[in-house]
Design a binder for this molecule. Structure first.
Ligand code: PLP
Length: 405
């Protein structure tokens, strides 16, 4: 019998957030052990409920949801997204420019499949949300990682971006607010990135799925609101801002210089029709979510649950000797650094596995986010204050033992 192999297309595709270490955690749970999971930004599993009116609206519309709808999505959902783009000062987005998908994830893969030929390059942040790297590779492209600089608030290094552009570079991906660093980019930086894109004919892919998860009173600017002479493709959805990851409701829209992209847009339309349409019940939730009470604001204000958890996690982690961290201004994550002089880690996946086995805390190693050195890990600060305190005490104990090795 010949063995059955996966396709060559998957050769460079990996997604460590759901890789071998979480698989080991799953086995440990089956054996009856309790694991504290700081590895996935899945709000519902930490008691963050989706807004009640959103859930009720979806239930009410369930009987009307059994048929296929327009491949790009329900008109009313796209209209609501259109109004959202207007509220973010993004010019000239029509209902036709908007695509509803089964989460932003599906649309990210679609956007890359529609663009790339073998060998085309896309600038992807490092660290990144690894779906982007995987989606570029799966589409036959080559991800070129540009540095986000920890010494400068994790902002993208313009110098590094420039140094990685060549005649194969088609696009740049901006994740703002950022996963895994929690960074929020200032307008001046966004304008500088636009200028680089303008000079080099790059499309800007803007992943803004955390654009309402903002702390300390900061505000978010959509990069697509800052220019109209280049092409932008922006991604967002209900998963994070509305705590509804499982509904699988996301969207993308094209904006800016759409005239130069007619052929690409036709490609996106072909891909959208190939999968007929996105999950319909969740599409009914979009209008209610975007137009309704924005309950995320209650969670991110200084006394809100998410803000308090961020503050505690930051305080406790940075009290551990040899651990430093840029305080996140947005999103649900921190990306702390382990001083290599104190923690000489050779393989950070092994390090995270040992932490899991010894202390029953699950994290994701920095290299899972395409960070090159084995000296970072990502913390999801979604568990409640007691569980966070417990988890970080266990991390501290593990690190103390590690220092004594
Ligand atoms: N983009 C970023 C930066 C994310 O962190 C995530 C999920 O964690 C996604 C996209 C995927 O979102 P969705 O649930 O809409 O597929």
């Amino acid at each position: 019998m010949t063995t059955i192999l996966k396709s060559n297309k998957l050769q460079n595709v990996c997604y460590e957030i759901r890789g071998p270490v979480p698989e080991r955690a799953r086995q440990m749970e089956e054996e009856g052990q309790r694991i504290i999971k700081l590895n996935i930004g899945n709000l519902a599993s930490f008691g963050f409920d989706a807004p009640e009116e959103v859930v009720q609206d979806m239930i009410r519309n369930l009987p009307n949801s059994a048929g296929y709808v327009d491949s790009k999505g329900l008109f009313q959902a796209r209209k609501a997204v259109m109004h959202y783009t207007q509220s973010k000062n993004i010019g000239d987005v029509t209902v036709d420019d908007i695509y509803i998908g089964n989460g932003a994830s599906e649309l990210i893969v679609m956007a890359m499949q529609g663009l790339l030929n073998d060998g085309d390059e896309v600038l992807v942040p490092m660290p990144d949300y690894p779906l982007w790297t995987a989606a570029v590779s799966l589409a036959g492209g080559t991800p070129r990682h540009y540095l986000c600089d920890e010494a400068n608030e994790w902002y993208p290094s313009l110098e590094d971006i420039r140094s990685k552009i060549n005649d194969k570079t088609k696009a740049i991906v901006i994740i703002n607010p950022n996963n895994p660093t929690g960074a929020l980019y200032p307008d001046s930086l966004l304008k500088d990135i636009i200028q680089i894109a303008r000079e080099n004919n790059l499309i800007i892919y803007a992943d803004e799925i955390y654009d309402k998860v903002l702390y300390d009173g900061v505000t978010h600017t959509s990069i697509a609101s800052l220019a109209n002479d280049i092409l932008f493709v922006t991604f967002n959805g209900l998963s994070k801002n509305y705590r509804a990851c499982g509904f699988r409701a996301g969207w993308m829209f094209v904006s800016g210089n759409k005239k130069i992209a007619k052929d690409y847009i036709e490609g996106l339309n072909i891909l959208a029709t190939m999968r007929l349409c996105a999950n319909v019940p969740a599409q009914y939730a979009i209008q209610t979510a975007l137009g309704g009470y924005q309950s995320i604001n209650d969670l991110v204000k200084p006394t809100g649950r998410l803000a308090k958890q961020r503050d505690l996690a930051y305080k406790l982690l940075t009290e551990i000797p040899g651990v430093s961290c840029v305080k996140p201004r947005a999103a649900l994550y921190m990306f702390p650094r382990l001083d290599p002089a104190i923690y000489p880690i050779a393989d950070d996946q092994q390090f995270i596995l040992e932490l899991l086995q010894e202390e029953k805390v699950l994290l994701v190693q920095g290299t899972g986010f395409n960070w090159q050195q084995p000296d970072h890990f990502r913390v999801v600060f979604l568990p409640n204050l007691d569980d966070l305190t417990d988890a970080i005490a266990r991390i501290a104990r593990f690190l103390e033992n590690y220092r004594k090795r």
